[in-house]
Design a binder for this molecule. Structure first.
Ligand SMILES: [Zn+2]
Length: 209
């Protein structure tokens, strides 16, 4: 007896699910047509999703202020940058390991693009890689940097650029800390300007720990 009851129940459940699926398909098709023009509205939905993703990543960047940026001519850059800063950021050269400004900098603060001042990395994701170049496992946010494949050596390398002024910063490798992102952003000090965290915000941070 019990068995046949179960059989009837199962049939009813399947019939219900079948109808529910048909109804939901019908509703979805109705949704994807714009009521007025009859145009599909899927594109509008995607655009909305993109906007909210951007807002989220901006929140993560923690209200960091960047100075305004006006693109400079090559002559202006040559004037405002030192020779090594110019060679690294504009000609994609690499400075000497252990003989650069920030490879061993352990101070708390922001690392900004030397050309446009956009904040790129923080001391929180800087780590000792042993390479002799400042190394980070993550940028402040992905929209602050750009990537390009570099074939200067036998094997291709991922170049890291500033997303705002396109200054060459260094390269990214996949041998970073495994417990973090696994990435190693190997940067040139000459492409960076370090801005030490203000004493006030540092002590506020210590208290909140
Ligand atoms: Zn820049």
């Amino acid at each position: 007896m019990n068995h046949s009851f179960h059989h009837v129940d199962a049939k009813r459940v399947f019939a219900f699910i079948f109808v529910a699926v048909l109804v939901s398909i019908g509703l979805r098709q109705a949704d994807s047509q714009d009521a007025v023009s009859g145009e599909p509205v899927a594109d509008a939905v995607e655009v909305r999703a993109d906007v909210s993703a951007t807002i989220e990543s901006e929140n993560e960047a923690d209200e960091i202020e960047d100075p305004p940026y006006t693109p400079k001519t090559v002559a202006e850059l040559q004037k405002s940058l030192t020779p090594i800063q110019f060679k690294v950021t504009q000609n994609e050269e690499t400075e000497t390991a252990f003989r650069n400004k920030y490879w061993d900098n352990k101070k708390e603060g922001l690392y900004r693009c030397i050309v446009c001042g956009q904040a790129l990395f923080t001391s929180e994701t800087k780590y000792k890689s042993g390479t002799g170049w400042p190394s980070f496992y993550d940028p402040i946010s992905k929209d602050r940097i750009g990537m390009k494949v570099d074939f200067r050596l036998i094997y291709p390398r991922q170049e890291v650029h500033c997303s705002r002024c396109e200054a060459h910063l260094g390269h990214v490798f996949n041998d970073g800390p495994k417990d973090k992102t696994g990435k190693r952003y190997c940067l040139n000090s000459a492409a960076l300007r370090f801005e030490e965290a203000a004493e006030k915000s540092k002590s506020a941070k210590d208290k909140s720990r």
